[in-house]
Design a protein around this ligand. Structure first.
Ligand code: PEP
Length: 252
């Protein structure tokens, strides 16, 4: 079912003490806020997942991971599997973030493997896609996103695909303070929904949540979320301050 989602990607930030403080400030705000059926997802580093899942038992948010291994289990030093995440109470996992594509050379094939392993372990993938600035300048942004979705996800069977969440994150907007305009976001989200409809049919397309990410903040979230095909946001920098993150949640 199509849900409104606001997910906060903490990336590689915060000490344990700072993470504890941040999650408690968010919880206090969530307790006060009228949540309007918005799914709030906190994606801390692996090291703070247990902290966040423990508190989540008494609060109204879910916990997501920022990455997962593309292998099931075994001798992969430093990796964390979908099965492990599930056993910790993780419900969502970001895959294909542009930082992982760029710095860790994640491939489409690995993203397919990650999506399959997550789904097998009852974790909902938040699949990131989005073009680089030169792609947009060359008017190739639709082609790039089509390829990313097609290569990594369109081999999944419909029942699996229907569980995915898509995050459109133009790379030029991530961490830059430059946000896609509401029209640019809506245009791409509608395009993604049309691609899904062509591949998997209208019903699945209608029910897929498509989030926007890229310098979304307390000031611009309302305008972005007001668009028909924008079902929420994947938030980076602005989720590291509880007051900003809570304002974004309140922007629906
Ligand atoms: C992100 O990295 O997913 C992101 C959206 O970051 P920021 O909000 O800081 O642009």
């Amino acid at each position: 079912m199509r849900r409104k989602i606001v997910a906060g990607n903490w990336k590689m930030n915060k000490t344990f003490q700072e993470a504890d403080e941040l999650i408690n400030e968010i919880i206090d705000g969530l307790d006060e806020a009228n949540q309007k059926n918005i799914n709030v997802v906190i994606c801390p580093p692996f090291t703070y997942i247990e902290l966040c899942t423990d508190y989540a038992q008494e609060s109204e948010y879910s916990v997501g991971a920022q990455n997962v291994s593309n292998n099931d289990s075994g001798a992969y030093t430093g990796e964390v599997s979908a099965k492990m995440l599930h056993s910790m109470g993780v419900e969502y996992c970001i895959i294909g973030h542009s930082e992982r594509r760029k710095y860790f050379k994640e491939t489409d094939h690995e993203l397919t493997q990650k999506a399959e392993l997550l789904l097998k372990n009852d974790i909902l993938p938040i699949f990131c896609c989005g073009e680089l600035l030169p792609d947009r300048e060359a008017s190739k942004h639709f082609d790039v996103v089509k390829q990313q979705l097609g290569n990594a996800l369109f081999g999944l069977d419909p029942l699996d695909f229907a569980k995915l969440i898509i995050a459109y994150e133009p790379v030029w907007a991530i961490g830059t303070g430059i946000t896609a305009t509401p029209d640019q976001a809506q245009e791409m989200h509608a395009y993604i929904r049309a691609l899904i409809s062509d591949k998997y049919g209208k019903e699945i397309a209608k029910n897929t949540s498509i989030l926007y990410g890229g310098s979304c903040n307390a000031q611009n979230a309302k305008e972005l979320f007001a668009n028909a095909d924008v079902d929420g946001g994947l938030i980076g920098g602005a989720c590291l301050k509880a007051t900003d993150f809570l304002k974004i949640i309140d922007s629906f």
